[in-house]
Design a protein around this ligand. Sequence first.
Ligand code: 4AD
Ligand code: MG
Length: 432
Amino acid sequence: MRADEVKDASLAGKEVAVRGWVHRLRRQKENAFVLVRDDRGAVIQCVLPADKIAGLTIESSVEVTGTVSQDPRAPEGGFEIKGKEIKIYNVALEYPIGEYQSDELLLDKRHLALRTRKMIAIAKIRASVLNLGRRWFVENGWMEVTAPTIVKGAVEGGSTLFKLRYFDQDAYLSQSAQLYLEAMIFSLGPVWSLTPSFRAEKSRTVRHLAEFSHLEAEAPWVSLEDILKTEEQLVSYVIQNTIKERAEELAFLKRDISDLKKVVPPFERLPYEKAIDILRERGFQATEDDGSKRAIRFGDDLSIDSERELTKDADRPMFVVGYPIAVKPFYVKEDPQRSGVGLTADMLAPRGFGEITSGGQREDSIDSITGRMKKENLKPEDYEWYLDLRRYGSVPHGGFGLGIERLVRWITNADDIKDTILFPRTMSRVEP
Ligand code: 4AD
Ligand code: MG
């Protein structure tokens, strides 16, 4: 039986057997108090005669047999087991993770740290986010597809590519499924995928991973505004249902969810040039000469500090719309009415959590695409199949990509994105 199943008044006085791991252990003269954690993370106190647990250690695997007793003084929900027998499956070595540990040790021992209640809570919230994201797409008529993760070309610029030897040629780990999703919309309509994306991010930040879970979508016959509506509905649905499903875990993490409750469409659409005006009013300089972080030039991509400034008082995410195409990849469509402006938007999470999605309409003109590829030092020859999509019945289309870990970081209020994924990959970490 699991620990949570025992917490049932109708079982009081009955005999049960609970399997799990020793979460905490307190020995007294005659009795010992063993907190057993089951395989779903629920814990129950078992009281056993002290002589039955000689040699028992934290994280040993056990099965305790005894009678259920309802006792308001018992921790973890007012139930405990008066244990008669304990079967020990494995006596654990001295457990390296105690109550106070450095973040580095917890990362080195992540395969064991997964058993901490913080990691269990985050893993459950993450599972809800993934499941709800899927459900939203399925319920709204989008078809799930899978794109390859070994590819020939960059999507998001050449500087963050992981190169690998693929038999007798060079290939890369995919940065985004987007180009493949663009190929699929002609026969499959609106499509979505959840695949790992890889970025050789050479900076250490609290919001970049080298491998992340990428939820991406693409649809034919859509405008930028259609894409933004899709994004705000998806994100609102995921958040409203996650805070219902995972109220207990969010409370354990001490996440005050009053702001998350307000995440409903529509999200503000802030034009890029207005964002720059706001930053200027708040003292962001036009040059970076003084090394200040509070600087932004018109035409630059938004820095982490400028995103934080724009969203510091917000409860809901906002879209920054119409970035200069010069700072965006080759596939971004130029606004036919405004030269140099992209039909593109990033969704910024509130209070400095920063960008969680990028999306927009895709460029139709082959000349514009290949010209911009060359500016990015990419070879159009590597993208012949992609250019074919513009040669054979191209239609207005668009889509977006959402970083699951970025979204989970905001929902859980995690300091570092490494806390939102069980086995993080960063510049300095490929183990465990
Ligand atoms: O903004 P990005 O680079 O956009 C794309 O890849 C598009 N091709 C997506 C598309 O339109 N199909 O990445 C999309 C999102 C970002 O907004 C961010 O949430 C996340 O992916 N992301 C990362 N998350 C963690 N670590 C990284 N290094 C990330 N890079 C991007
Ligand atoms: Mg982006």
